[in-house]
Design a protein around this ligand. Structure first.
Ligand SMILES: C=C1C[C@]23C[C@@]1(O)CC[C@H]2[C@]1(C)CCC[C@@](C)(C(=O)O)[C@H]1[C@@H]3C(=O)O
Ligand SMILES: O=C(O)CCC(=O)C(=O)O
Ligand SMILES: [Fe+2]
Length: 378
């Protein structure tokens, strides 16, 4: 009886209002002068806008794609040089239809300009890597990225579902997104084919032959991500995408004309100037492991600005989930023994979605995590 009264009294005491959950609604936040503290990055990671430009080669794929062996040799040697140095390069004459790129950008605007509640029909669930995310408010509690993303899977497996992208987007967003889905299905297929061409150049430059990595990734299970960075009134305090190395194998990025991608080379940040005709390509951690550390997966980030929304389209090439990531024997000898353990992409993906937020140390932390798991089993 006494207890019941006590409980009753407690209920009659007015409780302070529960803190409302943080929501990243760009239509509100992009005008706000005071950023919620969760978006403020620590001093040593804060953005600097005035940085030198990255000296990165424009690699002309025209000759290689039309079957000229000399042009292929030339392109592969440039690719090799960039990958030994920092892992970033630009490709031009890549054969991707410019109307497809324009459509992909235009449709991004249509999607991200929808009211938040409509975009949330595709809300990404905890532990999953696909769907819509407005920042990562429910996922992380600090150093939140100033961005919205829409991610989905693309499959080039033999048994693949030819309409995976379209069906996924329509199932989440409704039948009226059929055209939207078709465009991104076509875009992903084009990116997958371009990646396989680049894999030939990587194989040639590493001395394992042009087919080795092409065949390795022929059946890929990749990720497409649309990055939308709204204006931010305090761009020096926030970051669009925090400093990280891509855990994936190869990234093909198309950025709009605004600029914001920065790469950390020779102990400083460098910008990568936008160019409509080129794609930015970079090696990810999985390829660094496949090449036994010969090719670099390099630290990069995206900064934001106070005036203009920025967009980028990132295609992340990934192996099929259970394919063993192990370097070819040509890249393992007495002088350079194995740098990373064998793993599968599904393990590394799980690590980044459930155990570790991808950053500069992902591959090393993942290797240690695998080791600890193995130790437990023994
Ligand atoms: C497998 C992945 C994890 C992230 C997306 C990606 O497909 C490749 C890059 C990763 C990411 C962009 C690296 C920076 C941190 C991150 C959380 C982000 O800001 O988006 C990363 C992605 C993720 O959703 O875990
Ligand atoms: O938007 C950009 O320029 C870079 C984004 C990025 O690094 C990523 O999505 O992994
Ligand atoms: Fe990245």
């Amino acid at each position: 009886m006494v207890n019941a009264m006590a409980i009753d009294c407690m209920h009659s005491i007015p409780q302070p209002p529960k803190e409302s959950p943080l929501v990243f609604d760009a239509s509100v936040l992009s005008h706000q002068l005071n950023l919620p503290s969760q978006f403020i990055w620590p001093d040593h990671e804060k953005a600097s806008v005035h940085v030198p430009e990255l000296q990165v080669p424009f690699i002309d794929l025209g000759g290689f794609l039309s079957g000229d062996p000399l042009a292929a040799m030339e392109a592969s040697s440039l690719v090799g040089e960039a990958c030994r140095k920092h892992g970033f390069f630009l490709v031009v004459n890549h054969g991707i239809d410019r109307n497809l790129i324009t459509d992909a950008h235009a449709l991004m605007d249509d999607f991200f300009e929808l009211p938040l509640s409509q975009k949330q029909r595709a809300q990404r669930k905890t532990g999953e890597h696909c769907g819509y995310a407005s920042s990562f408010t429910g996922r992380f509690s600090s150093k939140l990225p100033w961005k919205e993303t829409l991610s989905f899977q693309y499959s080039a497996e033999k048994k693949h579902l030819p309409n995976l992208v379209k069906d996924y987007l329509c199932s989440k967003l409704g039948k009226e997104f059929e055209q939207f889905g078709k465009v991104y299905e076509t875009y992903c297929e084009a990116m997958s084919n371009l990646s396989l061409g680049i894999m030939e150049l990587l194989g040639m430059s590493l001395g394992v032959g042009k087919s080795y990595f092409r065949e390795f990734f022929e059946e890929n299970n990749s990720i497409m991500r649309l990055n939308y960075y709204p204006p931010c009134q305090k761009p020096d305090l926030a970051l669009g995408t925090g400093p990280h190395c891509d855990p994936t194998s190869l990234t093909i990025l198309h950025q709009d004309q605004v600029g914001g991608l920065q790469v950390y080379v020779d102990d400083q940040w460098h910008s990568v100037t936008p160019n409509f005709n080129s794609f930015v390509v970079n090696i990810g951690d999985t390829f660094m492991a496949l090449s036994n550390g010969r090719y670099k997966s390099c630290l990069h980030r995206a900064v934001v600005n106070s005036k203009t929304t920025r967009k980028s389209l990132a295609f992340f090439l990934c192996p099929t989930s259970d394919k063993l990531v192990t370097p070819p024997c040509e890249l393992v000898d007495n002088l350079s023994s194995r740098l990373y353990p064998d793993f599968t992409w599904s393990m590394l993906l799980e690590f980044t979605q459930k155990h570790y937020r991808a950053d500069i140390r992902t591959l090393d932390e993942f290797s240690k995590w695998l080791q600890r798991k193995d130790d437990k089993i023994i």
